[in-house]
Design a binder for this molecule. Structure first.
Ligand SMILES: [Zn+2]
Ligand SMILES: [Zn+2]
Length: 266
Protein backbone atom coordinates (compact mmCIF):
# COMPACT_ATOMS: atom_id res chain seq x y z
CA UNK A 1 0.00 0.00 0.00
CA UNK A 2 1.29 3.43 -0.99
CA UNK A 3 1.78 5.70 1.96
CA UNK A 4 1.41 9.42 1.48
CA UNK A 5 2.24 11.42 4.57
CA UNK A 6 1.26 14.94 3.59
CA UNK A 7 -1.97 16.46 2.36
CA UNK A 8 -1.44 19.43 0.04
CA UNK A 9 -5.09 20.30 -0.62
CA UNK A 10 -7.63 21.09 2.14
CA UNK A 11 -10.41 23.63 2.65
CA UNK A 12 -11.55 25.24 5.90
CA UNK A 13 -14.51 27.36 7.02
CA UNK A 14 -12.84 30.25 5.18
CA UNK A 15 -13.96 28.63 1.90
CA UNK A 16 -17.62 29.17 2.92
CA UNK A 17 -18.76 25.80 1.54
CA UNK A 18 -16.37 23.81 3.78
CA UNK A 19 -17.01 22.80 7.36
CA UNK A 20 -13.92 22.66 9.59
CA UNK A 21 -11.55 25.04 11.29
CA UNK A 22 -7.83 25.05 10.55
CA UNK A 23 -7.21 23.48 13.94
CA UNK A 24 -9.63 20.63 13.21
CA UNK A 25 -8.00 20.04 9.83
CA UNK A 26 -4.54 19.88 11.38
CA UNK A 27 -5.62 17.73 14.34
CA UNK A 28 -7.30 15.20 12.09
CA UNK A 29 -4.30 15.30 9.79
CA UNK A 30 -2.14 14.37 12.79
CA UNK A 31 -4.42 11.46 13.66
CA UNK A 32 -4.16 10.25 10.05
CA UNK A 33 -0.37 10.23 10.29
CA UNK A 34 0.21 13.36 8.24
CA UNK A 35 3.63 14.98 8.65
CA UNK A 36 2.48 18.16 6.87
CA UNK A 37 -0.88 19.62 5.90
CA UNK A 38 -1.49 22.50 3.50
CA UNK A 39 -4.47 24.80 3.97
CA UNK A 40 -5.63 25.82 0.50
CA UNK A 41 -8.83 27.81 0.70
CA UNK A 42 -10.37 29.12 -2.48
CA UNK A 43 -8.97 32.31 -3.97
CA UNK A 44 -11.69 32.74 -6.52
CA UNK A 45 -14.51 35.08 -7.44
CA UNK A 46 -16.74 32.10 -8.06
CA UNK A 47 -17.51 30.83 -4.59
CA UNK A 48 -18.40 34.06 -2.80
CA UNK A 49 -20.97 35.79 -5.00
CA UNK A 50 -18.90 38.95 -5.14
CA UNK A 51 -15.26 39.92 -4.92
CA UNK A 52 -15.39 41.88 -1.69
CA UNK A 53 -11.93 41.82 -0.10
CA UNK A 54 -13.31 40.57 3.23
CA UNK A 55 -13.65 37.09 1.66
CA UNK A 56 -9.88 36.90 1.28
CA UNK A 57 -8.36 39.07 4.02
CA UNK A 58 -7.59 35.99 6.19
CA UNK A 59 -4.96 34.98 3.63
CA UNK A 60 -2.82 37.97 4.45
CA UNK A 61 -2.49 37.08 8.14
CA UNK A 62 -1.30 33.47 8.27
CA UNK A 63 1.63 34.60 10.39
CA UNK A 64 -0.87 34.34 13.27
CA UNK A 65 -0.72 30.54 12.96
CA UNK A 66 1.95 28.20 14.33
CA UNK A 67 4.19 26.44 11.82
CA UNK A 68 4.02 23.21 13.83
CA UNK A 69 0.72 22.13 15.36
CA UNK A 70 -0.05 18.71 16.87
CA UNK A 71 3.29 17.59 15.44
CA UNK A 72 2.21 18.53 11.92
CA UNK A 73 3.96 21.09 9.72
CA UNK A 74 1.22 23.55 8.80
CA UNK A 75 1.67 25.01 5.34
CA UNK A 76 -0.31 28.06 4.28
CA UNK A 77 -1.49 28.02 0.72
CA UNK A 78 -4.45 28.80 -1.51
CA UNK A 79 -6.31 27.24 -4.38
CA UNK A 80 -6.42 30.07 -6.91
CA UNK A 81 -8.64 30.11 -9.97
CA UNK A 82 -7.09 30.31 -13.41
CA UNK A 83 -9.27 32.98 -14.99
CA UNK A 84 -8.08 33.50 -18.58
CA UNK A 85 -6.25 31.86 -21.47
CA UNK A 86 -3.04 33.65 -20.46
CA UNK A 87 -3.09 31.49 -17.35
CA UNK A 88 -3.57 34.47 -15.06
CA UNK A 89 -4.90 33.86 -11.57
CA UNK A 90 -7.82 35.48 -9.81
CA UNK A 91 -7.10 38.79 -8.08
CA UNK A 92 -4.24 40.06 -10.23
CA UNK A 93 -6.37 42.99 -11.42
CA UNK A 94 -8.35 43.73 -8.23
CA UNK A 95 -6.80 46.45 -6.11
CA UNK A 96 -7.10 46.58 -2.33
CA UNK A 97 -9.66 49.13 -1.13
CA UNK A 98 -6.94 50.64 1.13
CA UNK A 99 -3.20 51.18 1.16
CA UNK A 100 -0.87 50.41 4.04
CA UNK A 101 1.00 53.48 5.33
CA UNK A 102 4.19 54.04 3.34
CA UNK A 103 3.42 51.24 0.87
CA UNK A 104 2.42 51.30 -2.78
CA UNK A 105 -1.13 50.18 -3.71
CA UNK A 106 -1.39 46.39 -3.83
CA UNK A 107 -3.55 43.93 -5.71
CA UNK A 108 -5.58 41.22 -3.96
CA UNK A 109 -3.11 38.75 -5.39
CA UNK A 110 -0.07 40.48 -3.91
CA UNK A 111 -1.71 40.82 -0.52
CA UNK A 112 -3.24 37.33 -0.31
CA UNK A 113 -0.86 35.07 -2.24
CA UNK A 114 2.29 37.11 -1.71
CA UNK A 115 3.71 35.35 1.35
CA UNK A 116 2.15 31.90 1.04
CA UNK A 117 4.13 28.67 1.06
CA UNK A 118 2.58 27.66 -2.27
CA UNK A 119 -0.47 27.98 -4.50
CA UNK A 120 -2.57 25.40 -6.34
CA UNK A 121 -3.87 26.76 -9.66
CA UNK A 122 -7.19 25.25 -10.79
CA UNK A 123 -9.90 25.86 -13.33
CA UNK A 124 -13.34 25.84 -11.69
CA UNK A 125 -15.31 27.69 -14.32
CA UNK A 126 -14.14 26.63 -17.79
CA UNK A 127 -16.59 28.96 -19.63
CA UNK A 128 -13.75 31.16 -20.88
CA UNK A 129 -12.06 28.15 -22.53
CA UNK A 130 -15.08 26.99 -24.53
CA UNK A 131 -14.05 28.57 -27.84
CA UNK A 132 -10.35 28.04 -27.30
CA UNK A 133 -8.04 25.91 -29.43
CA UNK A 134 -5.98 23.17 -27.83
CA UNK A 135 -2.82 25.26 -28.27
CA UNK A 136 -4.42 28.02 -26.22
CA UNK A 137 -5.61 25.86 -23.34
CA UNK A 138 -2.22 24.15 -23.27
CA UNK A 139 -0.56 27.56 -23.11
CA UNK A 140 -2.96 28.53 -20.33
CA UNK A 141 -1.73 25.70 -18.08
CA UNK A 142 1.90 26.31 -19.04
CA UNK A 143 1.62 30.00 -18.14
CA UNK A 144 -0.14 29.22 -14.87
CA UNK A 145 2.78 26.96 -13.99
CA UNK A 146 5.13 29.90 -14.56
CA UNK A 147 3.38 31.95 -11.87
CA UNK A 148 5.98 32.50 -9.13
CA UNK A 149 3.76 31.08 -6.36
CA UNK A 150 2.16 28.15 -8.20
CA UNK A 151 3.49 24.74 -7.16
CA UNK A 152 0.63 22.49 -8.30
CA UNK A 153 -1.94 22.42 -11.09
CA UNK A 154 -5.14 21.29 -9.33
CA UNK A 155 -7.44 18.47 -10.49
CA UNK A 156 -6.42 18.85 -14.13
CA UNK A 157 -8.42 15.75 -15.12
CA UNK A 158 -11.66 17.04 -13.61
CA UNK A 159 -11.50 20.64 -14.86
CA UNK A 160 -13.12 19.77 -18.18
CA UNK A 161 -10.55 21.64 -20.27
CA UNK A 162 -8.78 19.61 -22.97
CA UNK A 163 -5.03 20.27 -23.22
CA UNK A 164 -1.92 18.75 -24.74
CA UNK A 165 -0.77 16.47 -21.97
CA UNK A 166 2.91 16.10 -22.78
CA UNK A 167 3.49 19.85 -23.17
CA UNK A 168 1.89 20.69 -19.80
CA UNK A 169 3.48 17.78 -17.95
CA UNK A 170 6.94 18.58 -19.28
CA UNK A 171 6.50 22.24 -18.33
CA UNK A 172 5.74 21.13 -14.75
CA UNK A 173 8.84 18.96 -14.78
CA UNK A 174 11.07 21.76 -16.14
CA UNK A 175 9.91 24.11 -13.37
CA UNK A 176 10.11 21.52 -10.54
CA UNK A 177 6.35 21.77 -10.07
CA UNK A 178 3.61 19.15 -9.75
CA UNK A 179 0.42 17.88 -11.34
CA UNK A 180 -2.29 17.00 -8.86
CA UNK A 181 -4.02 13.68 -8.47
CA UNK A 182 -7.10 14.67 -6.48
CA UNK A 183 -8.86 12.15 -4.25
CA UNK A 184 -12.23 13.94 -4.52
CA UNK A 185 -12.20 13.52 -8.29
CA UNK A 186 -12.72 9.77 -7.82
CA UNK A 187 -16.33 10.56 -6.85
CA UNK A 188 -16.85 11.62 -10.49
CA UNK A 189 -17.95 9.40 -13.41
CA UNK A 190 -15.44 7.03 -14.97
CA UNK A 191 -14.89 9.22 -18.05
CA UNK A 192 -13.44 11.83 -15.64
CA UNK A 193 -11.40 9.45 -13.49
CA UNK A 194 -10.07 7.89 -16.69
CA UNK A 195 -8.44 11.22 -17.57
CA UNK A 196 -6.80 11.28 -14.12
CA UNK A 197 -5.45 7.82 -14.74
CA UNK A 198 -4.09 8.81 -18.16
CA UNK A 199 -2.42 11.82 -16.56
CA UNK A 200 -0.82 9.63 -13.91
CA UNK A 201 0.36 7.07 -16.47
CA UNK A 202 1.96 9.79 -18.57
CA UNK A 203 3.56 11.44 -15.50
CA UNK A 204 5.18 8.09 -14.71
CA UNK A 205 6.45 7.72 -18.28
CA UNK A 206 7.80 11.27 -18.48
CA UNK A 207 9.21 11.31 -14.96
CA UNK A 208 6.92 14.13 -13.83
CA UNK A 209 6.11 14.65 -10.15
CA UNK A 210 2.56 14.48 -8.87
CA UNK A 211 0.96 15.82 -5.69
CA UNK A 212 -1.79 13.71 -4.17
CA UNK A 213 -4.35 15.87 -2.36
CA UNK A 214 -7.56 14.99 -0.56
CA UNK A 215 -9.35 18.26 -1.43
CA UNK A 216 -11.00 17.77 1.96
CA UNK A 217 -13.91 20.09 2.64
CA UNK A 218 -14.24 18.73 6.18
CA UNK A 219 -11.60 17.50 8.60
CA UNK A 220 -12.74 13.88 8.28
CA UNK A 221 -11.30 13.64 4.76
CA UNK A 222 -7.85 15.00 5.57
CA UNK A 223 -5.14 12.48 4.72
CA UNK A 224 -7.53 10.01 3.10
CA UNK A 225 -6.29 9.05 -0.34
CA UNK A 226 -7.70 5.52 -0.69
CA UNK A 227 -9.06 5.79 -4.21
CA UNK A 228 -6.16 7.78 -5.63
CA UNK A 229 -3.70 5.39 -4.00
CA UNK A 230 -5.55 2.38 -5.41
CA UNK A 231 -5.37 3.82 -8.94
CA UNK A 232 -1.67 4.66 -8.52
CA UNK A 233 -0.94 1.14 -7.29
CA UNK A 234 -2.87 -0.33 -10.18
CA UNK A 235 -0.61 1.44 -12.68
CA UNK A 236 2.53 0.76 -10.59
CA UNK A 237 3.18 4.47 -10.20
CA UNK A 238 6.74 5.02 -8.93
CA UNK A 239 6.62 6.21 -5.32
CA UNK A 240 9.57 8.58 -5.81
CA UNK A 241 7.48 10.62 -8.26
CA UNK A 242 4.91 11.41 -5.56
CA UNK A 243 6.31 14.81 -4.64
CA UNK A 244 4.33 14.99 -1.38
CA UNK A 245 4.92 11.41 -0.18
CA UNK A 246 6.40 12.79 3.04
CA UNK A 247 7.33 16.10 4.61
CA UNK A 248 10.93 15.98 3.40
CA UNK A 249 9.99 15.34 -0.22
CA UNK A 250 7.36 18.08 -0.16
CA UNK A 251 9.82 20.56 1.35
CA UNK A 252 12.26 19.59 -1.37
CA UNK A 253 9.68 20.41 -4.07
CA UNK A 254 8.79 23.72 -2.41
CA UNK A 255 12.46 24.67 -2.29
CA UNK A 256 13.33 23.43 -5.80
CA UNK A 257 10.41 25.33 -7.33
CA UNK A 258 11.29 28.50 -5.42
CA UNK A 259 7.62 29.22 -4.68
CA UNK A 260 8.02 29.98 -0.98
CA UNK A 261 10.81 32.49 -1.40
CA UNK A 262 9.10 34.19 -4.35
CA UNK A 263 7.46 36.97 -2.38
CA UNK A 264 5.04 38.88 -4.62
CA UNK A 265 5.31 41.93 -2.40
CA UNK A 266 8.60 43.70 -3.04
ZN1 LIG B 1 -10.77 22.85 -6.87
ZN1 LIG C 1 -10.17 22.35 -3.64
Amino acid sequence: MLTIKTDTHTHTLCSNHAYSTIEEIVRNGASMGMEAVGITDHFSGLFYGNTDFSHYSHMGNYKALPKEWYGVRLLCGAEADIIDLDGRLFGHDLMLPFTFPGQAPKSYQQECLGRLDYVIASVHNPAFTMEARLAETTQMYCKALEHPKVLIIGHIGRAGVPFDMDTVLLQAKALNKMIEINESTFEYPERVTDICKQVAVRCAELDVKIAVGSDAHSSWYVGRFDKAARMLEEIHFPEELIGNRDRASLEMMINASGVRKNNLIQ
